[in-house]
Design a protein around this ligand. Sequence first.
Ligand code: B12
Ligand code: SF4
Ligand code: SF4
Length: 388
Amino acid sequence: MTDLTGREIRALAQEAGLAVASVTTADPFDGLAEILIERIDAGHLDGLDWFTHDRARESANPRFVHSHWKSIISVGLPYYTVDPGKPDDGVTRGTISRYARGVDYHRTMEKRMRRLTQLVREAVGREIDARQLADTARIVDRAVAARAGLGWTGKHSCIIVPGRGSWVMLGEILIDVEITPDLPLKRDCGRCTICLDRCPTGAIVAPYTIDAPRCLSFQTIEQAGAIPLAIRPLLGDWVFGCDVCQEVCPYTGAAATTDDPDVLPKAIENAYPALDWLLRMSEEEFRTVYRATAVLRAKRSGLARNAAVALGNIGRDHDRVALETALREHDEPLVRGHAAWALGHRYREDSIAALDHARQSDPDESVRSECTTALELILANHQATHAS
Ligand code: B12
Ligand code: SF4
Ligand code: SF4
C-alpha cells in the first residue's frame, strides 16, 4: 500500500508550478556507474574536474547519502517560449541558449520543488524527510527522468518529454514517502540521425554520447581558458550554450510553448545581446543585466571572450572597430587574445596594423602569441589566394 500515486503527485506538482512530474523508486541505477566511468576514461568528460570515478559511483545510487529514501519525484520545468528571433536593427547580436534566458532555473526549480514537498507533506499528513536536487553532482538527472518515464532519451542524449520536446529542465525530490512508481516510456529515435549530422562540432560522437570538450555548451560556459582554435570558427554566434541539436530535432516542431514569466527573457540582452556591448560591458553592467540568470556562470570575461569569437564569425565591416578597441583596451588578456583571433579570421589584411601593434606592445605573452598566430594565418591565406 503506497502513501500516494503518481497521478496525485502530478496534480500537486501542477499546483507547485511544475508542469511535468513522474515517480520512480530510490533503488540504485543498474549499469549507470559503468556508463559514466567509461565516458570519463574515454575523455568525454574532460574539463569537468568534479566528474570522478567516485562521483560516478555515488550518483548512481540515490541511497548513498541516506538509506531511507523510498521514492524519487522527477520534475520538469518547460522553457520553450515563443521566440521572435533577432531584431532587424543593424546591430550584430549573439545568441544565448534558451535555458539561460529567464531566471536561473536552479532558483526557480528549488522554490517550486520546496512548494511541492510542502504539498506532499500536507497530503500524507505527517512529517516527512525530503531533499531537492537540480543539476548537482549527487545524481544523474536524466537517468532519473528516463526511469520515471518523465521522458525518453534522444540520441542527442537529452530527455524528450511528450508534447514538450527536450526543452525541459530537470530536477528531483528524494523523499521517504512510498509513491507508486511510473513506468519508463517505450520510445526511441528510430533511424533519425539529424542531431548527429547537424551538430556544428561533431560533438555527438555516437548516439547518446557527447564529447564535452567538443560541445559548444562546454566551450562557451564551462571553459575558463582559451577556446581551442579549431572550435572557434564553428561557434557561430553562440555566446552562452548551444541549442542546435535541440532546435533541429523533429520533436521540437511538436513542442508546446510556455508563457511562464520565470523562463521568459526580461530584455533583448538576455536572448540576443549586442556583441560590441558584451565586449565593452563593465563588471557592474554584467552583474546588473544578468542578475539571477544562469549566464553569470560564464563570468564577464568568458562572455566577452565568446563575443569576440562570435564577431570573428559574423561581424560586419563596422564591427572591426569594437574588436580593435577590445584588443587594445580590454582589461582581460583572455578577451584581448580572442579579439586578435577574430580580427585575423574575419578582417584579414585590414587588421594587420592593429595586430602588429599589439604583438609588439601587449604586456601579456598569451595575447602576443595570439597576435602572431593571427598574423601567420593572414599571411598563409594571402599566399594561398595569390597562388590559386
Ligand atoms: C555535465 C553536463 C553537461 C556537459 C556534458 C553533457 C553530456 N551529455 O554528458 C555539457 C557542458 C556539454 C552539457 C551541455 C548541455 N546541457 Co548539461 N548537464 C550536465 C550534467 C551536470 C551532468 C550530465 C552527465 O552526467 N553526463 C554524463 C552522461 C553519460 O550522462 P547523461 O548525459 O545524463 O547520459 C544519459 C544518456 O546518455 C543515457 N544513455 C547512455 N547510453 C545510452 C544508450 C541508450 C540506448 C539509451 C536509451 C540511453 C543511454 O544514460 C545517461 C543517463 O540517463 C547534467 C545535470 C545532472 N546533474 O545530471 C546537466 C544536464 C544534462 N544538462 C542539461 C542541458 C539543458 C544542457 C544543454 C542543452 C545546455 C545548452 N543549451 O547549452 C547542453 C546539451 C548538450 C547535449 N546534447 O547533451 C539538462 C538536460 C535536460 C534534458 N531535457 O535532458 C541537465 C539534466 C541539467 C538539468 N538539471 O536540467 N551538460
Ligand atoms: S549543444 Fe551544440 S555543440 Fe553541443 S552537442 Fe548539441 S549541437 Fe553539438
Ligand atoms: S534529432 Fe532525431 S536522432 Fe536526434 S534526438 Fe531528435 S529524433 Fe532523436
